[in-house]
Design a protein around this ligand. Structure first.
Ligand code: MN
Length: 340
């Protein structure tokens, strides 16, 4: 990250503390204690939920929510940091019931549990940098996966979180996955505005790391020359909206993950046309309908090992929280798809 990026995004008083000769090991030890405490809470919640699901019996795979309220790697608005509690609220909103479209019951813990949020803001407030923060996110994902049969469904956050999440999934499973990435944007810049962790660069980090065999990007309609060149460089299969009517039959009958460790799905809410989901940072007309997305997800064949739903920005939502319901329904249907 450039020094200007640090000033703009970083936490300012820690620089002052260093200038005031506060010993750096005092700060570092404190940061370590806060990170240990954060991971302990996630570990213990995951353990309890895992024990509960195993005691109930009969689940081969069980979805568990993990919130990552991180918005500072966005190049525009940082509102996605506030998304996870809004999505949870909408999942359990009394205006609907707990059944998913294909008949799973979300109030059965064998289908859905929750291990809470990575306390991103609290950790950053202690002056922890992004290298370390990304490791904490990866570690948190692994703590969920530790508890068989739990599988993580991560609530973003901006799209930068997909890198540490996919890294954790691939490292934990011991090999690459196939990724289905629904988005208006390819998020594959080598480095965006000096930030290698930018939400516009997460898939460059994922491909460099060798965490994915195939990367299918669907819904693309805002792509630069660099986005196309990076796509070619990494062998990405980019399906643009301008040809969606031609590609839709193929995309609505995907079979992925064979010969690798499984399938990862990353849904940027802005893959949807803004008519369906106005509460996003980057309004990009000409997108997928909600039913297009559900058809792609419902019909996908493959072993879904983890997923994320990112870039919902509650600060851009309508007053009645329409996009929160949209993000929540994506989460609900993904949770049903992942559990078995
Ligand atoms: Mn996007």
């Amino acid at each position: 990250m450039s020094s200007s990026g640090v000033v703009r995004r970083g936490i300012h008083y820690l620089q002052k503390l260093k200038a005031a000769n506060i010993p750096s090991d005092l700060i570092e030890k404190g940061q370590n204690r806060v990170i240990d405490a954060s991971l302990t809470l996630i570990r213990e919640r995951a353990k309890l939920k895992g024990e509960l699901v195993r005691a109930l019996g009969g689940a081969l795979a069980s979805t568990s929510l993990l919130g990552v309220p991180l918005g500072h790697n966005s190049s525009f608005l940082q509102g996605p940091a506030f998304a996870p509690p809004r999505i949870r609220e909408a999942i359990w909103c009394g205006s609907t019931n707990s059944a998913t479209e294909e008949g799973k019951e979300l109030n059965d813990p064998r289908v859905l549990t929750d291990v809470g949020d990575v306390p991103v803001q609290e950790i950053r407030d202690c002056g922890v940098d992004d290298d370390r923060l990304m490791s904490v996110i990866s570690e948190s994902v692994k703590l969920v996966m530790e508890e068989d049969p739990l599988r993580p469904l991560v609530l973003g956050g901006d799209h930068s979180i997909s890198f540490p999440v996919v890294r954790a999934v691939s490292e934990k499973l011991g090999g690459p996955v196939d990724i289905l990435h629904l988005d208006a944007h390819p998020d594959i810049y080598d480095c965006f505005e000096g930030n290698k962790y930018s939400h516009a660069s997460s898939f460059a980090r994922i491909m460099e790391g060798g965490y994915a065999r195939r990367l299918l990007q669907v819904g693309i309609r805002s792509i630069t020359t660099e986005g196309r060149e990076q796509g070619k460089r990494f062998g990405v299969e980019q399906y643009e909206m301008r040809t969606f009517s031609k590609d839709s039959h193929f995309l609505e009958n995907l079979k992925l993950g064979e010969g690798v460790k499984g399938v990862y799905i990353s849904v940027d809410v802005d893959c949807l046309d803004p008519a369906f989901a106005p509460g996003v940072s980057h309004i990009e007309p000409g997108g997928l309908s909600f039913r297009d997305v559900l058809n792609i997800l419902h019909n996908l064949e493959g072993n879904l090992v983890a997923a994320d739903v990112v870039e919902f920005n509650p600060q851009r939502d309508t007053v009645d929280g329409m996009t929160a319901m949209v993000a929540a329904k994506l989460v609900r249907e993904l949770a049903a798809k992942m559990s078995k």
